[in-house]
Design a protein. Sequence first.
Length: 304
Amino acid sequence: EDFVITCQDPFETGYVGRRLSKKFNLPLHLQVHTDFLNPYFRKGVFLNKIRVYMAKKILPYSSGIRTVSERIKNSLAQDPKLRILESRIKTLPIFVDTKKMQDTPVSTDLHKKYPQFNFIALSLSRLSEEKNIQLAIKAFFETIKKYPRAGLVIVGSGPQRRILKLAVLKLGMKNNVVFEEWTDDPVSYYKTANLFLQTSFYEGYGLALAEAISAGCPAISTDAGIAPELLSGARVSVICGLSDAECFSKGIAWFIEDNSLREEIVQNGQKNLKSFNPSSKEEYLKMYREGLEIAVNTWYSFNK
């Protein structure tokens, strides 16, 4: 039998995997779920700078790499300091069970919960700096000037929660912005919101964005993770710059005024998602196995 050590990231667990690989003389397979070469990743916590250093030291020793998006694959293959052959990298997206998403019944209707809003935009993520929720708030500040009954529901927890609440109060938006703790039923939120907002500085994949589209909720996103692949093909662009609040507010207005745009974005998004999302758990596991086989075969070719 062939054995391979696989690690969830090229940082702390990657370091342990590298040591075990060296000790037991086994191939090392590393998974990369984060766009760590993105400059915004290093601007986060100090630990991220250490993680970038670790990843650049450890990745060249791997015989196989799994990335969750083409964006990450390209960043690794094109980095001259890493010198990683593209043949060693396999993209395997995070599996989204689209049928389950579409078949899940609604247990919480946001419009019934917040009847004061006739249009609801949803932000659902960890409330941390890299998620850039401030951008959603700034964009919505402009939105409510023209559409005073529009509402923004921010779902999640994290270190920026207090800062974001203060920003809402400072802008006089407390009647239009609602904060909720994390929910165990995000599908109901996707299905009953009118629009999903992804405002991240960077994403390895963007699972919430993929889930929202899968559940039938249109979206506007920064150019992060899989947004370019998922949201392409519509008559208007719904991908904005990382700090472009004007682009977001303009996009929100489009969706408020044009119901047909909602259907177009969802239909295109679901078609795009189908093109790269594994069709089933069995297909996902098959693709995962293929990535491990690349690691084993590469290792054997260098250790004959």
